[in-house]
Design a protein around this ligand. Structure first.
Ligand SMILES: Cc1cc2nc3c(=O)[nH]c(=O)nc-3n(C[C@H](O)[C@H](O)[C@H](O)COP(=O)(O)OP(=O)(O)OC[C@H]3O[C@@H](n4cnc5c(N)ncnc54)[C@H](O)[C@@H]3O)c2cc1C
Length: 366
């Protein structure tokens, strides 16, 4: 059955598993594609009139959908468009939320412009990037976002938010926590520069050196990042079963210096990490997971850790959302039991409000 409101066509019972990179979950009760800002507005009103919740879907690369599906409307963002302008060494790029993020990065480095080259190979849409302030290899998207154009569902109007108004922090923004569900991102404007690319991440610097590049251009950095990501199964690749994931499942925890020393004593080893604000230290979740006894490739028949990266939980074929969630609980518990650190998940859980396992996964302390 299909239902039409003035500008958006709603379909009923659309499976969501194929629309998420990890490939789990049931159907959306209602589903629509938004190709314009007016489609976004219409879908919002359609839901308000029926008292239904609305979930905004980008590339599905950071979601775990319940096996029961989503009992509301899913709006798939396909708002396109790309505009650029140059002034001096500055390049402004404005892209529709539904554009592919990695195609945008490819285009930008092709112009010899820097600012997002280290974010190469991250799946999903442009509109998905501000939600968790995507980051990798020494860059975060927040540092180049100038403006986010949103539809504000509370006020029923379009608005432009500056980067400061987005409340960005590590893998976080107001879109993900305080104002979860309030804003639909319709477009993002980036302020980029014709400058030397960012090279601060040791693994990336080593890759560039190995390639014998003395003065890397943005394109060289992109190529190096993509090579590293491929080795870790962190690009989408139909031929690589280890990419059937949401990327990193857990964020890197921030701990006190005392806690770091305590963990080092437990491990009889130096704990990797780097200092962050407030005299604390960010340590790799992947290192903790391995130390807690879960190696790359370990797990069960349908779900387990990637064979290439201990931080990715992979659907090995036939996994349900419950399999993924239970395995993630096992990982979190192993780290908690070993060293008392509460890992927190990166992906967004859809249709899983009030789920005990998910509540445990989101818990930040005892
Ligand atoms: C192989 C792999 C590697 C990855 N590597 C990285 C990495 O290096 N760094 C990193 O930060 N992330 C990484 N990710 C996670 C993911 O790709 C990013 O978080 C991405 O930005 C999610 O975008 P998306 O369009 O797929 O969003 P979705 O997964 O569709 O949605 C994620 C959340 O964003 C919301 N959302 C999406 N679009 C909009 C919109 N237009 N308006 C309002 N809300 C919206 C959704 O409602 C949901 O809450 C990786 C994932 C995979 C599978």
């Amino acid at each position: 059955m299909a239902s039409r409101s003035p500008a958006v066509a709603m379909r009923e019972g659309v499976p969501l598993s194929e629309l998420s990179t990890i490939g789990v979950g049931g159907p959306a009760r209602w589903f629509a594609r938004a190709e314009t800002n007016e489609d976004v507005r219409a879908a919002h009103h359609w839901c308000v009139e029926r008292g239904l919740p609305l979930f905004v879907l980008g590339g599905g690369s950071n979601i775990i959908v319940s096996d029961g599906g989503f009992d509301g409307a899913v709006l798939s963002m396909a708002v396109g468009g790309l505009a650029t302008s140059h002034a001096g060494d500055e390049t402004r790029v404005t892209a529709g939320a539904g554009e592919s993020w990695d195609r945008l990065v490819d285009w930008v480095v092709g112009q010899d412009v820097s600012g997002i080259e280290c974010l190469s190979g991250i799946p999903g849409t442009v509109g998905g990037t501000p939600i968790q302030n995507v980051g990798a290899y020494g860059q975060e998207v927040a540092s180049v976002i100038e403006r986010v154009t949103v539809f504000d569902r509370t006020r029923s109007e379009f608005a432009d938010l500056t980067a400061a108004e987005c409340g960005f922090s590590y893998r976080m923004s107001r879109f993900k926590v305080d104002d979860d569900g309030r804003f639909i991102v319709c477009g993002v404007s980036f302020l980029l520069r014709q400058s030397t690319p960012t090279l601060s991440y040791p693994e990336l610097m080593a890759e560039i050196e190995r390639r014998g590049i003395a003065h890397p251009r943005p394109k060289d950095v992109r190529d190096a990042v993509l090579a590293i990501r491929r080795r870790k199964g962190m690009v989408l690749d139909d031929g690589d079963p280890d990419t059937r994931s949401v990327g990193s499942f857990f964020m890197n925890p921030v701990v006190s210096v005392d806690d770091r020393e305590r963990i080092a004593a437990l491990a009889h080893d130096r704990v990797p990490g780097f200092p962050v604000a407030g005299g604390q230290v960010k340590i790799p979740a992947a290192w903790l997971i391995e130390r807690a006894g879960l190696r790359k490739g370990s797990g069960e028949q349908t779900v387990g850790l990637s064979r290439k990266h201990p931080l990715a939980i992979v659907n090995r074929g036939g996994a349900t959302a419950r399999d993924v969630i239970r395995f993630a609980v096992r990982v979190k518990r192993a780290v908690l039991d070993w060293c008392g650190v509460w890992l927190r998940p990166e992906p967004v859980f859809v249709g899983l409000d009030g789920d005990e396992d998910v509540d445990f996964l989101k818990k930040a302390h005892g």
